[in-house]
Design a protein around this ligand. Structure first.
Ligand SMILES: O=C(O)CCC(=O)C(=O)O
Length: 193
């Protein structure tokens, strides 16, 4: 699945990358509206024996009202899809060619907010994950998982971009949203699962 916004080779040296970027596909998305509808909250987790705030705010949205999402030591209670988010679900499903039943909203309030390298490879998740960015431009990095061949690819994700992590991506690559020292405005990403 390749769109006109596929990263150029200067952004990405993968010849057959299991990901794609659709530039400005959702440029009308409103960060303020998402934040006010879902009010992402601060979760915390033990890291090296100390309780620490996770470096972002999060909200879990799912069709199934009893599907609690467990990550680290946190249980995320699901919120329903609002009509606003439902509109984006319909469009991202068309784009991706598959259905999504949940969405994790990550709110990055400043450049020190990030997501460390990981893969969305929990057994409950489907093989295809898409993400829509809203607000500030941030850098996103793919690195090969342990034992996998390949190179690092760093992309800039801007307001309205849609990133598709295609079938196989979670098996081969970890991904991360990098912190930055730049004075960035608030941004968020909705990860569609
Ligand atoms: O901000 C993003 O696009 C990435 C979020 C992410 O990797 C995650 O929630 O697992």
């Amino acid at each position: 699945m390749r769109g006109p916004g596929m990263p150029t080779l200067s952004e990405c040296s993968w010849m057959s990358a299991p990901f794609t970027v659709m530039r400005s596909e959702f440029s009308e998305i409103s960060l303020d509206r998402l934040v006010s509808e879902y009010q992402p909250r601060q979760y915390s987790a033990f890291v090296y024996g100390k309780m620490r705030n996770r470096p972002r705010l999060e909200a879990w949205v799912c069709d199934d009202p009893i599907a609690v999402y467990t990550y680290g030591q946190n249980d995320y209670q699901p919120s329903p899809f609002t009509p606003y988010l439902e509109g984006f679900r319909a469009r991202i499903s068309d784009l991706a060619g598959c259905e999504f039943n949940s969405c994790l909203i990550n709110e990055y309030q400043h450049g020190g907010h990030y997501v460390s390298p990981h893969a969305d490879d929990e057994p409950t998740m489907g093989p295809v994950v898409w993400s829509i960015s809203a607000g500030a431009t941030r850098r996103f990095r793919f690195t090969p998982k342990k034992g996998m061949d390949g190179e690092t690819a760093t992309l800039e994700l801007r307001h309205g971009d849609a990133l598709g992590m295609l079938d196989g991506c979670q098996d081969l690559l970890n991904h991360a949203l990098l912190p930055t020292k730049k004075d960035v405005f608030e941004g968020s990403a909705e990860e569609w699962r």
